[in-house]
Write a protein of this length. Structure first.
Length: 137
């Protein structure tokens, strides 16, 4: 049930043979994201449970979920870009139906992220799901 943007990332990962190339690709995805205005880097938008500083700003228009995100760590910024590809544009009621664990496992992220990064990724997914859930009520 992944979006087309996420499928493109998954296809690219299939062609990248080693984790170092995949790691670089994730960082490039993060660099390609539009910057988040510093005015949104406030405590209310900060994601707790991440080793790095992470902010997610939800944007819900016409019943569709989107968000902006940023981090002070390049790899985390790349993970935000991957999550953006997974969730952006979905109807808010569909966000909770995405099996993020399974989709991210397709990229092999589980085996190659530190436990702190994995915890942070779970915290970001949880924030996205909670935000979409409250918006769909």
């Amino acid at each position: 049930m992944a979006t087309e943007a996420f499928e493109e990332i998954a296809e690219t990962f299939e062609f990248l043979d080693d984790w170092e190339d995949r790691y670089r690709h994730v960082i490039e995805l993060g660099k390609a994201m539009p910057p988040m205005d510093d005015s949104f880097k406030v405590p209310a938008l900060k994601v707790q449970g991440c080793a790095s500083q992470v902010w997610l700003r939800p944007i819900i228009e016409n019943g569709r979920f989107d968000f902006q995100g940023d981090s002070d760590a390049m790899i985390v910024r790349g993970l935000i870009a991957v999550l953006h590809a997974l969730y952006a544009g979905l109807p808010v009621e569909e966000v909770a139906k995405v099996d993020a664990t399974a989709e991210l496992a397709r990229l092999g992220l589980n085996e190659h992220l530190s436990s702190q990064r994995s915890n942070g990724l779970r915290a970001m997914v949880q924030r996205i799901r909670e935000t979409a859930s409250s918006a769909s009520r």
